[in-house]
Design a binder for this molecule. Structure first.
Ligand code: SF4
Ligand code: SF4
Length: 231
């Protein structure tokens, strides 16, 4: 590739992967680089995320039926875009995958992540309705990205409805009590089996609130993990 290219954001936007950031691998902190495996043949790390409802609609439209429909869709979409537009560039997907990639660390560097009381990242555009979807190593030469400059809405939120609505009082003491949250979610008839009432109570970015089906999918995964670990 002789000239630096503009990242093809529209291709990923259309597919519901509407949060993107390109990093130079050389400029990443060692703590992140060390989690990526062999990076020798790659120059850039592409972080993809989704914000809001579009990705789930795309996954449904694509008819993904496996156990991990979002991951399967993302891997398929990345393969398609590279095959059709960047066939000469090598790439390797490190997330989704088994490696311990620091997604929130990358999110902080990209300006996406601010901590919320319920331990999900938040910003003042999407609220908490976004997630990390792919980390790709590539030998692309896209123009570099600058971190987005969005503020954390929590410090100026005086009413803090997320804290008062949690039925387990898991946010009540100034730090997130994961044990209380898990104990409540495991209960028969828990209102948080397939959602987080605290997250839903936050007014920031509420227009991007996931559909019930998307919530059921996302929280169903964590509920299965809780049941495997704690019965
Ligand atoms: S309700 Fe307020 S404190 Fe809670 S996550 Fe939303 S902005 Fe932050
Ligand atoms: S899932 Fe339920 S119990 Fe856990 S933090 Fe959210 S509101 Fe509280």
């Amino acid at each position: 590739m002789s000239e630096r290219q503009v990242f093809p954001a529209a291709l990923f936007d259309q597919a519901g992967l509407n949060r993107q950031h390109v990093f130079a691998i050389d400029a990443l902190p060692e703590a992140i680089r060390s989690t990526l495996g062999d990076t020798e043949n790659f120059r850039q790390l592409i972080l993809l995320g989704h914000g809001g409802k579009r990705l789930w609609a795309c996954v449904q439209a694509a008819g993904m039926v496996g156990e991990h429909p979002i991951d399967d869709y993302v891997v398929q979409t990345v393969a398609q875009i590279f095959a059709e537009h960047f066939a000469d560039q090598k790439y390797r997907i490190v997330y989704p995958g088994d490696g311990p990639v620091g997604l929130q660390q990358l999110g902080k560097l990209a300006g996406w992540h601010h901590p919320s009381p319920f331990m999900v990242g938040i910003d003042d555009e999407w609220g908490s309705w976004f997630a990390y979807r792919a980390v790709i190593l590539a030998d692309t030469d896209f123009l570099p990205f600058y971190a987005v400059d969005r503020s954390n809405p929590c410090p100026s939120c005086s009413e803090r409805p997320c804290i008062s609505v949690c039925p387990a009082a898991a946010l009540a003491n100034g730090e997130f009590a994961l044990d209380k949250c898990i104990a409540y979610r495991r209960q028969d008839g828990s209102a948080c089996q397939y959602t987080c009432l605290a997250r839903s109570a936050c007014p920031v970015g509420s227009e991007h609130h996931y559909s019930e089906a998307q919530l059921r999918h996302a929280y169903g995964i964590s509920l299965r993990m809780i049941r495997q670990l704690y019965g």
